[in-house]
Design a protein. Structure first.
Length: 115
């Protein structure tokens, strides 16, 4: 954003465009699109959906009796997302008939997420 930095320091439109290596018409377009204000830098957003690797990490974390907060921090996701996935795991386990000797939870003592 060398163009907007130059404009903020008071440089003319023509000189700011030259410093940024863009044409004057492009500089005018940028100013028009931004309303004359430097656009805010946006931080990259995580994907909207969990990937298979994310789901496997959550499953491994639950098997290792790790907290949801620790799992979420490792994945750089909100804790609510990890909690929602845990609820989905329980819902899927309820719809699938498991043998009596198999628990739907990866480890004993893991909290019931249905409440």
């Amino acid at each position: 954003m060398a163009f907007f930095t130059a404009r903020a320091s008071g440089t003319s439109l023509r000189k700011s465009a030259a410093l940024a290596g863009i044409s004057r018409s492009t500089a005018c377009l940028w100013l028009k699109q931004s309303g004359g204000v430097r656009p805010r830098a946006t931080k990259p957003q995580p994907a909207l959906r969990l990937t298979l690797d994310d789901r496997e990490s959550i499953s491994r974390g639950l098997a290792a009796s790790r907290s949801l907060t620790a799992i979420a921090a490792e994945l750089r996701r909100p804790v609510s997302t990890v909690s929602r996935e845990c609820s989905a795991i329980v819902a899927r386990a309820d719809t699938v008939r498991l043998p009596p000797n198999v628990s739907p939870w990866p480890a004993p003592g893991v909290r019931d997420w249905k409440n």
